[in-house]
Design a protein. Structure first.
Length: 114
């Protein structure tokens, strides 16, 4: 699973971690109904998660669109707006679980979050 965050939001580490958690939860729920065999394999093999960043909202939307076109399980997280950012702000796109090569074909050029 790859979690793509927005670099332009400058979220605190805690907020970023919470948003990534939402993405993981949503992707796992989608996978349980769309491809339970893939989810089972993902969980057995260590449930890999990599966090990268896109420069802005347009980058996230492009990645989400590419994932949808490729049939990759994905989700787009929008914040409720209770803390750091306005309601409805798109924060993270989650991709997977899925084949590493399929996800990497979309995300491999993005920098890791440090």
């Amino acid at each position: 699973m790859v979690l793509v965050t927005r670099a332009d939001l400058n979220l605190t580490k805690g907020k970023l971690a919470a948003q990534c958690g939402h993405a993981v939860s949503e992707c796992v729920l989608k996978a349980s109904s769309k491809d339970s065999r893939m989810l089972d394999r993902y969980l057995r093999e260590g449930a890999r998660k990599i966090v990268v960043s896109a420069p802005h909202l347009e980058g996230l939307r492009r990645i989400y669109g590419e994932a949808a076109e490729s049939g990759i399980i994905s989700c787009m997280v929008k914040d409720a707006g209770h803390t750091e950012i306005p309601p409805g702000t798109v924060t993270v796109v989650g991709l997977g679980p899925g084949k590493r090569s399929d996800i990497d074909s979309i995300t491999s050029s993005l920098p890791l979050v440090k």
